[in-house]
Design a protein around this ligand. Structure first.
Ligand code: WTA
Length: 645
């Protein structure tokens, strides 16, 4: 695939666009040269209770302090709901599409208002207050959104944990942020399969004695165990509280949410986002990147358990008064045409999904797509991992009928919202490239020593100045924040991604350069999987690497060394897989486990992952320099017994 393959902005994308090429150039320039002026204007998207006087106060050196709009006050839920009521009370805020295609409903802004106020009152009545951390472990039902906005309304900090995580993973996240409240449902429903959410919470809470309140939404009506006093049914509690709850006045730098994400070392980190800058960033990027116009039906297929769900299902679209579609199910149920059936049913205009879903659906054949009417779709988007040009072209041709621009959006949990992306009316597209920076974003490529590289080149991607949506800290561990993001290259935010810039200045993200792998768009620290494996009594040591996987983007390959005298077996392999699923969840299931008598190490005892990666990629003809290995013989055995043949 040549990178000279260019798709110019189609005339249809120019109609009523928020941003043409000329406007992009002018606004980008202003955002860099006059950030205070630019962001003062952009902050006008948000309703402030008390206006700010100071725009930006951020430093990437020393203790790393990031503040935006710091003396302003606001409430995120009021921005997503209350301010739309005067003109839009009866417009649809949320279209909910259930797992079963017969199940769907529309929720207006005035219904959303009542539901969120009621939810907020239930939390308050049970003692929740400003600053408390509330864990949300929910299926994709409207109550998940109500719960998030209810926390925001009373100034509590939500920590949403993806419903696919195991009880152990949930417990770790509850403990880390000392959360005393959990919101969950009896069961989730995905592809007609039940997910035992309440039972998982019960198991997790055996390790979390400080949780005093569990609010349970009834979804399936399945049997659940009950802890009197601690557990309460949401519908019962809601019936006793008013549907009015004034929004708490929050300072711009008060925390809005914590979201756990994997890094290259240690346990997942609690990425902390605050209120003012995040809301401005979410609203602005949602409008420009999706060229959102009032009345558009907008669908992001992510789960609210990930940052994409936070910013582009909940906060961005609702801040803009958009109709946001919340989908409970999976792309292949009842059949592989589900996405397109839903687009047809609800006349979706903007569709945003992950490359892994595109690749999986492409395999199942065009007919699932073409049998549904997609004429309402005007714009397509992707997020979460690099999209290979083949999948991009299929998405463009078959799904988008060659009419729809594709926005390939690069960003991270840490960045709060989109950082590098085409804008539909402004950017000529190149399949596989996230193209140009968003306003206010100053990307740079650096070499190993942190020297900034100019022109067409490859390097590690850093951002050299603050933007409003940036994470402010790691919850409870500011040193880890400094260490992880600002110590590799002094004075710059290090993304952990490698990147190439072409002769037109377009950015092409090449993937993680640290020990983080990206499996179906889900971030996973290899260290987390390794620590799950070594929990097993027979395992002495484990090393986990990623390898290219046709659908998942990357798969998980684990090398395991057993203690002297322990025997490897199929049985043990199964136990290890089960252990990883128990410690983390099904998304971390290893694709291959290779038992190895020893791992390749340097003389100082460091595991040489470069070699393990090559073997997992089946590229052992090209292992590079192995002369520093303590015992080069180890490698022959690894190659001989590789699993990925
Ligand atoms: C990767 C998801 C290439 C990248 C919003 C990043 C991408 C990590 C893209 C963050 C893209 C995300 N092209 N790579 N368009 N979008 N990534 O925190 O490696 O779950 O660092 O945030 O996903 O994943 P996270």
């Amino acid at each position: 695939m040549s990178e000279h393959f260019v798709f110019p902005v189609p005339a249809s994308a120019l109609e009523g666009t928020h941003c043409t090429k000329e406007q992009y150039d002018a606004l980008y320039e202003q955002s860099i040269n006059d950030p205070d002026g630019f962001w003062k204007d952009q902050a006008g998207r948000i309703d402030w209770m008390k206006p700010f006087t100071k725009v930006k106060n951020a430093s990437f050196s020393g203790d790393i302090s990031i503040k935006w709009f710091e003396d302003g006050t606001l409430n995120a839920s009021a921005n997503c709901i209350d301010r739309h009521l005067p003109e839009r009370a009866n417009d649809t805020a949320i279209i909910w599409e259930g797992d079963d295609p017969a199940d769907s409903k529309h929720i207006t802004f005035s219904e959303l208002y009542e539901q969120v106020c009621q939810f907020a009152n239930v939390l308050k009545k049970r003692g929740a207050k400003k600053g408390d951390r509330i864990t949300i472990y929910m299926p994709m039902i409207p109550e998940a959104v109500y719960a998030m906005l209810a926390c925001a309304r009373i100034g509590a900090v939500h920590s949403v944990v993806f419903g696919g995580f195991s009880p152990d993973a949930l417990a770790g996240r509850i403990q880390d942020c000392q959360s005393t409240f959990v919101i969950t449902a009896d069961e989730g429903l995905r592809g007609a399969k039940k997910v035992p959410l309440k039972a998982n919470v019960d198991t997790a809470l055996e390790q979390c004695p400080d949780v005093s309140s569990v609010v349970v939404v009834r979804r399936t009506g399945g049997e659940v165990a009950w802890s009197e006093g601690r557990d309460v049914w949401y519908h019962e509690a809601a019936a006793t509280v008013p549907a009015e709850c004034p929004p708490e006045e929050m300072s711009a730098e008060d925390p809005l949410f914590i979201l756990y994400t994997s890094g290259s070392t240690g346990k997942p980190k609690g990425v902390l986002h605050t209120t003012g800058g995040y809301m401005v960033w979410a609203a602005m990027t949602h409008e420009y990147v999706f060229d959102y116009k009032q009345g558009d039906i907008y669908w992001c297929t992510a789960d609210v358990g990930w940052v994409t769900g936070h910013t582009y299902i909940v906060y961005g679209p609702l801040a803009n008064g958009a109709t946001t579609l919340v989908f409970e199910g999976i792309p292949t149920y009842p059949d592989a045409g589900r996405f397109w059936q839903v687009c047809e049913k609800h006349k979706v205009n903007i569709f945003y999904t992950a490359p892994t879903a595109i690749r999986a659906l492409e395999r199942l054949g065009d007919e699932f797509v073409t049998k549904h009417d997609r004429s309402s779709i005007r714009l397509l988007g992707t997020v979460g991992e690099p999209i290979n040009p083949e999948a991009w072209l299929w998405y463009h041709k078959v799904v988008g009928e060659e009419r729809c621009p594709i926005v390939d959006t690069w960003w991270q949990t840490e960045t709060g919202g989109v950082m590098i992306s085409p804008l539909p009316g402004a950017t000529d597209l190149k399949p596989g490239s996230a193209t140009n920076p968003m306003f206010g974003v100053k990307p740079a490529l650096v070499d190993q020593d942190g020297n900034i590289l100019e022109g067409a080149t490859s390097g590690n991607l850093v951002i050299t100045d603050s933007w409003p949506g940036q994470m402010r800290s790691v919850f409870g561990d500011h040193d880890r924040f400094k260490q992880t993001y600002f110590s590799t290259y002094k004075g710059m935010y290090f993304t952990g991604d490698g990147c190439r810039r072409d002769e037109d200045g377009y950015y092409w993200i090449t993937g993680r350069v640290d020990d983080v792998i990206n499996v179906s768009g889900h971030r996973m620290g290899t260290a987390e999987v390794e620590s799950a494996l070594v929990e097993h009594d027979l395992v002495a040591e484990a090393a986990v690497v990623g390898f290219p996987h046709d659908i998942k983007g990357q798969g998980i390959y684990a090398y395991v060394t057993l203690f002297e005298g322990a025997e490897s077996s199929e049985e043990l392999r199964k136990e290890l897989v089960a252990l990883v699923r128990q410690e983390i969840g099904p998304i971390a299931t290893p694709d291959f486990i290779q038992f190895a008598p020893a791992l390749p190490k340097t003389r100082s005892g460091k595991i040489m992952r470069r070699i393990l990666r090559k073997i997992a990629e089946n590229e052992f003809g090209n292992l590079g320099d192995t002369s520093t290995l303590a015992d080069p013989g180890v490698v022959d055995d690894l190659i001989e017994n590789r699993q990925n043949k």
